[in-house]
Design a protein around this ligand. Structure first.
Ligand SMILES: C[S@@+](CC[C@H](N)C(=O)[O-])C[C@H]1O[C@@H](n2cnc3c(N)ncnc32)[C@H](O)[C@@H]1O
Length: 149
């Protein structure tokens, strides 16, 4: 396996997990900055054309993992791979952000849910080819229906 090295770090308004909005219908609107290391700047060529990006990052403040756990948005336990829990065997996070603007090595984005200083592993342009009508959202849909009932 390769040894991951950060390509940059997130500047976010969150210094504590408690500050990060959680809940079933939470929309992450916080603005942040992806500070990419200068040696990777050429890799950002043409990124301005994309409205949204996938950001892969490390849950660097998570220790250990739980294979089963109840997420804060549901009372029922689920397998770690059916959730977005920070406590996973490989502590990799994935966040979709909107790209507001680029200044050289710096990407200004909206939609961060990472703590300040989080290491960035990779960035890819956002693309989704799954039509809404065939997308299933598992236990999340059930939790939302229970909330409405
Ligand atoms: C539910 S996870 C979802 C993260 C990402 N959107 C994903 O799906 O992989 C978001 C939570 O991870 C935690 N978190 C954020 N940055 C972290 C970091 N650098 N290390 C450990 N935990 C972090 C915070 O508690 C935050 O509320």
């Amino acid at each position: 396996m390769f040894v991951p090295h950060p390509i940059g770090y997130v500047s976010s308004p969150y210094n504590d997990s408690k500050q990060i909005p959680k809940g079933l219908h939470t929309k992450h609107e916080a603005e942040g900055v992806l500070r990419i290391l200068p040696e990777f700047e050429v890799g950002l060529t043409d990124i301005e054309g994309f409205s949204h990006l996938f950001v892969l990052w490390e849950f660097d403040r998570s220790r250990d993992f739980d294979l089963i756990g109840a997420p804060p948005i549901d009372t029922r336990p689920h397998g770690v791979f059916a959730t977005r829990s920070p406590r996973r065997p490989n502590p990799i996070g994935l966040t979709v952000v909107s790209l507001l603007r680029r200044e050289n090595c710096t990407l200004h984005v909206r939609g961060v849910d990472m703590l300040d200083g989080t290491p960035i592993l990779d960035i890819k342009p956002y693309m989704s080819s799954v039509p809404e009508e065939i997308l299933r959202r598992g236990w999340l849909e059930e939790a939302e229906s229970r909330e409405k009932a």
